[in-house]
Design a protein around this ligand. Structure first.
Ligand code: T3D
Length: 265
C-alpha cells in the first residue's frame, strides 16, 4: 500500500509530505505512526540540515480524521470516546518531536490547514503558506478546544484577543491575513510556491544549523525566563557556539571574502 508520508531529499533538505489527499491529509493513527517515525529518522540523520513538512494534493492537513478509529464520538448510551488516548499516543509525541527537531523545520502550507492540521503547522519553526491556503481553528465548531498546542501557541503568536477571535469563531483565515497578524511568517504566490520553499530551505540548510537551533531554543526558553536569566542563557550558549567549528568557519570566510561552508549539526 502507498506510504501515508512521502519522503524526499534534495541536498541537505528533507521533505515529508502528508499523503492522504482524498481526505485532505487528515490524521489517521496509521499516518501518525509513519510521520513520527520519519521525523525521528530525519532527526537522527546528520545529512538533514532542514526539514520541510507539506501536504499532497489541494490541502495541507484537515486535522484529525473524524472517521478514524479512536476519534469518532460514541453513540448515546455507549461508553464515551476518550480523546485523551489519541492525544497521548499520537498528538503529544508529534508536537513535542516537531519542537525538538535538531534542524530548522518549515511548514509549507500548500492548502487548507484545519484543526490539529493548523496547529501542527504552527508547531514548526517557520510557517509559509501559498496565497490560496487558509487556516481554520475548526475545533469549537465540533465541540472541542484547540489542541496540538493551540491554546499555548495562538496567544503567543498573535495575542489573547486574536487568539480568542480565531478559536471561538472558527472562521477561515486567509494566508495573507495570517501573515498580517503574525500567525505565519509569509504568504507566498501560488505560482512557484514549491520553488520559493526550496530556496528558503536551501538557505537554512547552508546556514550554521547549531546556531539556528540554539537561537530557537533560547527564544523558546525566554518565554519563562527573566531578562537577566535570558542574558545569562545567551552568554552560556554563545560560549558553546564560539568554541564550535562553524564560528571559526564563519569568521574565516568573512575575513577571506569567500562563502562559508558550515558543517556542524
Ligand atoms: O481525536 C482527537 O484526539 C481529538 C483531536 C482533534 C483534533 C482536530 O483536528 S479536531 C478538528 C478536525 N477537523 C475538522 O473538523 C475539519 C473538517 N474538515 C472541514 O471542515 C473541511 O473539510 C475543510 C474546511 C478543511 C475543507 O473544506 P472543503 O470544502 O475544501 O473540502 P471537503 O469537501 O470538506 O473535504 C474533502 C474530503 O475530505 C471530503 O471527503 P469526500 O466527501 O470527498 O469523500 C471530506 O469528508 C474529507 N475530510 C476533510 N476533513 C476531514 C475529512 N475526512 C475526515 N476527517 C476530516 N477531518
Amino acid at each position: 500500500s502507498e506510504s501515508l508520508v512521502l519522503v524526499g531529499q534534495q541536498g541537505a533538505v528533507r521533505t515529508l509530505t502528508l499523503n492522504r489527499p482524498k481526505a485532505l491529509n487528515s490524521f489517521t493513527q496509521a499516518m501518525h505512526v509513519e510521520l513520527l517515525a520519519e521525523l525521528k529518522a530525519a532527526a537522527a540523520d546528520s545529512g538533514v540540515r532542514c526539514l520541510v513538512l507539506t501536504g499532497a494534493g489541494r490541502g495541507f492537513c484537515a486535522g484529525q480524521d473524524l472517521a478514524d478509529e479512536g476519534a469518532a464520538p460514541a453513540p448515546e448510551g455507549l461508553p464515551p470516546t476518550d480523546l485523551s488516548l489519541l492525544i497521548a499516543r499520537h498528538y503529544r509525541p508529534l508536537c513535542e518531536q516537531l519542537r525538538a527537531m535538531p534542524m530548522p523545520v518549515i511548514a509549507a502550507v500548500n492548502g487548507v490547514a484545519a484543526g490539529a492540521g493548523a496547529n501542527i503547522a504552527l508547531c514548526c519553526d517557520l510557517v509559509v503558506a501559498c496565497e490560496s491556503a487558509s487556516f481554520i481553528q475548526a475545533f469549537t465548531k465540533i465541540g472541542l478546544l484547540p489542541d496540538s498546542g493551540g491554546t499555548w501557541l495562538l496567544p503567543r503568536l498573535v495575542g489573547r484577543q486574536r487568539a480568542l477571535g480565531l478559536a471561538l469563531l472558527g472562521d477561515k483565515l486567509s494566508a495573507h491575513d495570517a501573515e498580517a497578524m503574525g500567525l505565519i511568517w509569509r504568504a507566498l504566490p501560488d505560482a512557484g510556491f514549491e520553488i520559493s520553499v526550496a530556496e528558503m530551505a536551501n538557505k537554512l540548510a547552508a546556514m550554521p544549523v547549531k546556531a539556528l537551533i540554539a537561537t530557537r531554543n533560547a527564544i523558546d526558553a525566554a518565554q519563562h525566563l527573566s531578562f537577566e536569566e535570558s542574558l545569562a542563557l545567551e552568554a552560556q550558549t554563545q560560549k558553546q557556539l564560539g568554541s564550535a567549528h562553524d564560528y571559526l568557519e564563519g569568521v574565516s570566510a568573512f575575513m577571506a571574502k569567500r562563502a562559508p561552508v558550515f558543517t556542524d549539526r
